[in-house]
Design a protein around this ligand. Structure first.
Ligand code: APR
Length: 313
């Protein structure tokens, strides 16, 4: 039986980190694609040489084309520009739309049955671009944002309470932007809602830090954006799909009436299995939470309209 194939487009910081995590977890053979000549080949060879140390047995191939990606089970798209200090994710819109359109059309031709996981920012809009360009059903086009935003929220709660990250279950909805919607009453520590453990002003501060989590790292790195946590988050989604784990993870998906949101991509809790999105989990939100989610979704809608105005789709 052949191993599953996962292609990672963009062999930069996020792509190379994802490739390493994929190899370490032996989820399948990995194909790394980039436009920079020889670079993906070099990183793939380096990862092959890491195998004997870490003891994984998978093939990692680097390439500048798409032949090797044929019949991928999953394609993780990370190609595109990252943010620099002072930039918002939306500032990347025009450039990354062109890149994601080009990459997705190549990928869709070679792997018509693949599940796509987008990482390129602005995330929700780029997931829409891949959805439109590929023509794939919504079950097979996902964006990675909520897993990362929840991980950041979890990390901050863990630091605040000095408790294991393993005890924490964070819940974040909405787009991957400043208006994401972390929901405190569904965020628990060993099953206890954080509203029972922390005063409201501390919860508000942790939520704000989560919203600014990406910018905090950009400010520190100065030349790019976060990549360890984003790479690992994309791989967690791939794992739930390939192992048919049916984990419920917050993912950027096409909402078709769920939560009263119609016709746009937004972060919602999703059951991820071998078929991609197997269910969108709907929970009752308070009026305020619902309003915040709708504001976030309408921001994504505006960005997608801007893409059409720019004539990119
Ligand atoms: N085809 C393939 N690869 C491309 C293309 C293309 N058309 N255009 C750019 N790339 C590659 C670049 O050559 C680079 O190696 O994408 C890679 C991006 O890597 P980095 O610059 O290191 O950026 P990274 O930190 O990995 O972020 C990638 O993910 O989290 C988001 O906001 C982030 O949009 C950014 C993306």
């Amino acid at each position: 039986m052949s191993r599953p194939k996962i292609s990672v487009i963009g062999a930069g910081n996020v792509g190379a980190t994802a490739a390493m995590r994929l190899a370490e977890s032996e989820l399948g053979d990995v194909v790394l694609v980039d436009i920079v000549e020889d670079m993906p080949q070099g990183k793939a060879l380096d990862l092959m040489e890491m195998g004997p140390v870490v003891k994984y047995d998978v093939n990692i191939t680097g390439t500048n084309g798409y032949e090797e990606t044929a019949d991928s089970d999953i394609v993780i798209i990370t190609s595109g520009l990252p943010r620099k200090p002072g930039m918002s994710r939306d500032d990347l819109l025009a450039t990354n739309t062109k890149i994601v359109t080009q990459v997705t059309s190549e990928v869709a031709k070679k792997s018509p049955n693949a599940i796509l996981i987008l990482v390129t920012n602005p995330l929700d809009a780029m997931t829409y671009v891949a959805y439109k360009t590929s023509g794939f059903p919504r079950e097979r086009v996902l964006g990675m944002a909520g897993v990362l935003d929840s991980a950041r929220f979890t990390a901050f709660i863990s630091m605040e309470l000095d408790v294991s990250v393993d005890n924490i279950q964070a819940f974040v909805l909405g787009g991957h932007g400043d208006d994401m919607v972390p929901i405190a009453r569904f965020t628990t520590v060993a099953g206890i809602p954080i509203t029972e453990l922390l005063p409201q002003d501390r919860i508000d501060a942790l939520i704000q830090r989560t919203r600014d989590g990406g910018a905090e790292i950009v400010k520190l790195l100065k030349t790019g954006s976060a990549f360890y946590a984003p790479g690992a988050s994309a791989v967690q989604m791939a794992e739930s799909i390939l192992k048919d784990k049916k984990k419920i993870l917050p993912c950027c998906v096409y909402a078709d009436g769920e939560y009263g949101i119609d016709g746009t991509f937004v972060g919602l809790p999703v059951k991820l299995g071998r078929n991609g999105i197997e269910e969108i989990i709907q929970v009752k939100l308070t009026k305020k939470e619902k309003e915040e989610l709708h504001i976030s979704a309408s921001h994504v809608k505006e960005l997608c309209e801007r893409i059409h105005e720019l004539g990119h789709l």
